[in-house]
Write a protein that binds this ligand. Structure first.
Ligand code: SAM
Length: 285
């Protein structure tokens, strides 16, 4: 830019699968003077993988008030800076939002480098309506505040998207069901990773499922809009023959899952006994 200022790049990084890093993100991270990362140790693994040697500095929730103005000073001095979070889009339930505002106030150009976002990745494969949606992200942690906030979403005519951690998941699903009613809902777990899974049922169905299978990994909760009972297509279950089960085990193992996990996932997905799946998996060698 002719003003001599640097550019602030908001750089997407993968939400699990390194193959989702974009060419442009690699190119930008190589060429900027500095990368401001939520967790430098985490980002160093990514930069090493892509042979990026740009210096890293930390920018996170706890230092953003002092670090933000320092980064803007560098931008005003003509340095290009890229911001990355641990995964996905910086500024989306992650640090970045404040820095964007500071940079705009200072007259610095802000350029987004798009890529994966967990919420939209879950939404597009959920089967629920994608025509209108509301991204909520993390709900308040305290149950009273959470339920109060959920009341404001009750009549929302749009699909709702939430982030949640494994240890809060069941409690949040219970609150969603209690306040919004027992709607259709989908969980996208470990998206783009080896154990990616979609669980498409109702909020109460999800509560039952996760009581039986303690939540592990990362989750996006997608909830049908108010009056969206017809949104979800009927899922036609495959015919669960012995051959089908053997093929499914082989398919998942070929995809990189270990056999024990493949057996567990198939049994849980179709409500089969683990013993049956295990026996068939043994047969297939
Ligand atoms: N900035 C990120 C984005 O653009 O998606 C979101 C960061 S937020 C701190 C982390 C939350 O995103 C996790 O707790 C989980 O709810 C969701 N998430 C991130 N990666 C995920 C994945 N691979 N599968 C499912 N959910 C994921």
């Amino acid at each position: 830019m002719s003003d001599g200022y640097g550019t602030l790049y908001l750089c997407a990084t993968p939400i699990g699968n390194l193959g989702d890093m974009t060419f442009r993100a690699v190119e930008i991270l190589k060429k900027v003077s500095l990368i401001a990362a939520e967790d430098t140790r985490h980002t160093r693994k990514l930069t090493s993988h892509f042979d990026i040697h740009t210096p890293l500095t930390s920018y996170h929730e706890h230092n953003r008030q002092t670090k933000g103005p320092e980064l803007v000073a560098k931008l005003l001095a003509g340095q290009d800076v890229a911001v990355v979070s641990d995964a996905g889009l910086p500024g989306i339930s992650d640090p970045g939002e404040d820095l964007v505002r500071l940079a705009i106030q200072a007259g610095v150009r802000v350029t987004p480098i798009p890529g994966a976002c967990a919420a939209l990745t879950a939404l597009m494969a959920s089967g629920l309506s994608t025509r209108g949606f509301q991204f909520v992200g993390f709900l308040p942690k305290a149950s009273t505040a959470r339920r109060k906030y959920l009341q404001t979403l009750r009549s929302q005519p749009e699909t709702l998207l939430f982030y949640e951690s494994p240890h809060q998941l069941i409690k949040t699903l219970e609150d969603l069901s209690a306040v919004l009613g027992d709607r259709q809902a989908v969980i996208g777990r470990e998206l783009t990773k080896l154990h990616e899974e979609f669980c498409r049922t109702t909020l109460s169905g999800l509560v039952v499922h996760f009581r039986e299978h303690p939540p592990r990994g990362e989750f996006v909760i997608v909830v049908a809009r108010h009056d969206g009972a017809q949104d979800m297509p009927e899922q036609t279950p495959p015919e669960i023959t012995d051959d089908y089960i053997r093929q499914e085990v082989e398919r998942r193992v070929a995809g990189g899952a270990n056999k024990k996990d493949a057996i567990r996932m198939i049994a849980s997905q179709w409500g089969l006994s683990r013993r049956r799946v295990y026996q068939l998996a043994l047969d297939s060698g």
